[in-house]
Design a protein around this ligand. Structure first.
Ligand code: PMP
Ligand code: GLU
Length: 408
């Protein structure tokens, strides 16, 4: 047997690898605090589960159209019109096996070998591998921590060339835990608009998790609602984060461009690859996007906002960390740079985020994700996920503070 070069070269997903290591330690009996994977600790709201159960019992167990049932596509299109101001019709939508699958499909349709995709970093670990699998070159643009990890329009403009086929924007951001303001998004879109051959891929999976409680007035804004960007933007979203549905694997993608032809090509690829996601999930999507689910989603958002403040304060109070207060998603992404060249009580030398994360897990059983796979600028960072209850957050962060103070 052989393995292709493109798969052999691909990095494993470090977010999922950390989760697997933490789970293995737990099985061995260790009292592990897991701040690794980004998935809500809440259960899926009951009304959404019941919609899937009803459909299953009613025998909705057959193939449906590849991009989803007409009802589910209509519900997504209505959501994008009403909540995001995107002029989207049902035929512009496909429902995929998670936003990750949507991203894979979009990159396969957009990117030719040798094309450039501009990626503001730090950025989620899966963007670069999926860009490269499509044959593209990943052009990183590092957002400075002093600027809340946000890239400026001037930085973006400097990275774009006639070879740029796409720019990926993820706000609120994984792993930075920050959200761009509507004006900041508009300013970046002006730069993209000046490059007619470039599309914008807007990953809005954390749209519901923006915290005006931390940054007053903050709200999510969709680039595809800007008329000049409407047909140039591909919007990714899904059920995983806002509705606490990570295990269901439901994402969606909306693209109105090329008079609908872009979406037709994407669906052609999806039909050859996975076809539809489980058909009895379709009514659950309609239910999730209905008014019935809003109170549950808002309740989770308020709880995440409370945790964002708590974690922002506790991480800020660690003398050997440098950090930005999170105002979106459920991540804090401190720099551990002041810990470098120090040695842990167990004799491990800290040289970067990776060695810090390894020592932390081995010696005090707290799992965090090392920064390197989030971008070249992020090797001295670690990601702390705060999608867990307050007692666990306090326990884990006090272990991190003690461990950090114990370095010599
Ligand atoms: N985009 C970002 C920024 C993410 O953090 C994730 C992580 N789950 C995804 C997309 C994919 O989510 P899913 O496949 O669960 O919809
Ligand atoms: N996106 C989440 C994370 O960053 C889930 C794991 C993954 O798909 O990467 O932890």
């Amino acid at each position: 047997m052989k393995v292709t070069e493109r798969v052999r070269r691909m990095k494993e997903s470090s977010t999922l690898a950390v989760a697997a290591r933490a789970a293995a330690l737990k099985r061995e009996g260790a009292d592990v605090v897991a701040f690794g994977t980004g998935e809500p600790d809440f259960d899926t709201p009951a009304n959404i589960k019941e919609a899937a159960e009803r459909a299953l019992r009613a025998g909705q167990t057959k193939y449906v159209l590849t991009p989803g049932t007409p009802e589910a596509r209509a519900a997504v299109a209505a959501k994008l019109r009403d909540e995001n101001g995107i002029a989207c019709r049902p035929e512009h939508v496909s429902i995929t096996a998670g936003a990750k699958h949507a991203l894979y499909l979009v990159l396969q349709v957009l990117v030719e070998p040798g094309d450039d995709v501009v990626l503001p970093t730090p950025a989620w670990v899966s963007y670069r591998p999926l860009i490269e699998l499509a044959g593209g070159r990943c052009i990183e643009v590092a957002g400075a921590m002093e600027n809340g990890f946000k890239v400026t329009p001037a930085q973006l403009a400097a990275a774009m060339t006639p070879r740029t086929v796409a720019v990926i924007l993820n706000s609120p951001s994984n792993p930075c835990g920050v959200a761009y303001s509507p004006d900041e998004v508009r300013a970046l879109c002006e730069v993209v608009a000046a490059h007619p051959s470039a599309s914008l891929v807007s990953d809005e999976i954390y749209e519901k998790l923006a915290y005006p409680e931390v940054t007053p007035g903050l709200r999510h804004f969709s680039p595809a609602s800007i008329p000049a960007m409407a047909d140039r933007t591909i919007t990714l979203n899904g059920m995983s984060k806002a509705f606490a549905m990570t295990g269901w694997r439901i994402g969606y993608v909306c693209a109105t461009g090329m008079g609908g032809a872009f979406m037709q090509e994407l669906v052609k690829l999806q039909a050859q690859m996975t076809n539809n996601i489980p058909s009895f999930f379709m009514p659950a999507i309609v239910e999730a996007l209905s008014a019935q689910s809003r109170p549950a989603v808002e309740k989770m958002r308020v709880e995440f906002a409370r945790r964002a403040r708590l974690v922002g304060d506790l991480v800020h109070a660690i003398p050997r960390f440098r950090s930005v207060a999170p105002d979106g998603a459920f991540y804090s992404f401190p720099s551990i740079a002041p810990c470098k060249k120090l040695t842990s009580p167990g004799g491990r030398r800290i040289v970067d985020g990776q060695s810090f994360a390894e020592a932390l897990l081995a010696e005090v059983h707290v799992a965090v994700v090392p920064g390197a796979d989030f971008g070249e600028c992020a090797a001295d960072h670690v990601r702390i996920t705060f999608a867990t209850d307050e007692a666990t957050l306090r326990k884990g962060l006090s272990r991190i503070a003690e461990f950090t103070a114990s370095l010599r």
